[in-house]
Design a protein around this ligand. Structure first.
Ligand SMILES: NC(=O)c1ccc[n+]([C@@H]2O[C@H](COP(=O)([O-])OP(=O)(O)OC[C@H]3O[C@@H](n4cnc5c(N)ncnc54)[C@H](O)[C@@H]3O)[C@@H](O)[C@H]2O)c1
Length: 371
């Protein structure tokens, strides 16, 4: 069978996961574009990449045989790059968050439909072994209807650099909430991506001027740069199905340690998928755990689902799934329609935080409407 040919735009921290995921699924990575030729060259070392470019336009012209493109740039460039590649007839895999806002995501969705090409995002936490184990229990009815869930990505000191693109709203779309959409996405996945109704949210800006809250990852600080995004968001979402969801996302909150989890309460079982990061952020004391909380034969029981450890947090598996989905051997783990629903919730959260009012989610062409 003909190998799928892929090209990567942006040699940032996620590029190695895209590369490994694509190649493990049998695809080739034949081209790489980065506006910084040094970063492109450094990434290419030891990897079998044939062509290097400084931007997507050059890559599409110089390597027309590409079947698919992945986009790993700052968030502001997701929409134009995704649409450019789709319009040239390529399947596209794009980093999270899908775009700066829901309006952009609507344009990307339309472009993928028009091109008839796959558009998939790096919601890598769905591809974690524990998430895949849990969705199977949920789909087979073991949890019953999920009434309520809590989605948390809580960092104690994890601001990804000060003054770089992450902290500049015009380039990132926002702070902790838009940067850490994974648990919101995972909770919605477990709940069946129900149609949202209202949201009431708040945003906080504490510690955004305090270097003691810088994370052990991220990009270098820029003294002349802008820092105008939130360090934490909290919100409550209701759905037309009667379900509800609490969201907590933070880069910096005085919490015991970094906690990444979705918990839920169903009519037959509760459940939890959790990663507790190590004491210093990324270290060996971290744990991944997955439970169903059940009642059986009159007993309350906790069913621990033993899972293989995946240090990549599903990033390699998700990129492989993109290739399999193009080849027709697997269903895509996420869709652009879900990405649009997610972006509408995030837009409405920011709107609610700034107006201090509940917001109706999902008005066509915008975040939501004020009550
Ligand atoms: N899935 C995850 O867990 C995860 C983790 C970290 C970052 N990300 C996402 O990955 C994306 C990139 O983040 P990062 O931390 O790698 O950023 P980064 O700034 O470290 O790297 C981005 C790279 O893209 C290049 N670049 C920027 N604009 C370009 C353009 N128009 N054309 C070609 N090259 C361009 C830069 O030179 C740089 O090498 C973001 O959307 C971020 O949210 C996802």
């Amino acid at each position: 069978m003909k190998k799928i040919k892929t090209g990567i735009v942006g040699a940032g921290g996620m590029a190695s996961y895209h590369y490994d995921g694509f190649t493990r699924a049998g695809a080739e990575v034949i081209a790489l574009a980065d506006m910084d030729p040094n970063r492109a060259r450094a990434f290419g070392e030891g990897r079998d990449i044939r062509a290097f470019y400084q931007n997507l336009t050059e890559m599409l012209a110089g390597s027309p045989e590409l079947d698919a493109v992945s986009v790993i740039t700052p968030n502001k460039f997701h929409k134009p790059l995704v649409i450019e590649a789709l319009e040239k007839g390529k399947h596209v895999y794009c980093e999270k968050p899908p775009a700066l806002n829901a309006l952009e995501m609507e344009e990307m969705l339309k472009a993928s439909k028009k091109a008839g090409k796959r558009l998939m995002f790096d919601f890598n936490n769905r591809a974690r072994p524990e998430s895949q184990a849990m969705i199977r229990y949920i789909r087979e009815g073991r949890a019953g209807k999920i009434n309520s869930a809590q989605a948390s990505w809580i960092r104690r000191a994890g601001i990804p650099g000060f003054g770089g693109w992450f902290t500049t709203k015009a380039l990132s779309g926002g702070g902790a909430m838009i940067d850490l959409p994974h648990m919101l996405d995972l909770a919605l996945y477990f709940m069946g991506y129900p149609e949202p109704d209202y949201i009431l949210g708040t945003a906080y800006y504490d510690f955004m001027d305090n270097k003691a809250f810088k994370g052990p990852w991220g990009i270098p600080d820029s003294a002349k740069g802008i820092t105008d995004v939130e360090s934490a968001c909290h919100a409550f979402v209701t759905f037309k199905t009667g379900q509800c969801l609490m969201i907590r996302s933070s880069w910096a909150e005085l919490n015991e340690r970094e906690l990444v989890s979705v918990t839920f309460q169903g009519a037959k079982a509760g459940g939890k998928v959790e990663r507790l990061f190590g004491i210093d952020g990324i270290d060996a004391t971290g744990t991944d755990r997955c439970f169903l909380f059940i009642e059986e034969y009159g007993n309350q029981a906790n069913l621990e689902i033993k899972i293989e450890k995946d240090e990549s947090m599903g990033r390699i598996g998700n990129a492989s799934n993109f290739i399999y989905s193009i080849g027709g051997t697997a269903r895509a783990l996420n869709t652009p329609e879900e990405a649009l629903a997610l972006m509408r919730i995030i837009d409405a959260l920011y709107e609610s935080a700034s107006t201090k009012k509940p917001v109706k989610i999902g008005r066509e062409g915008g975040a939501g409407t004020l009550m």
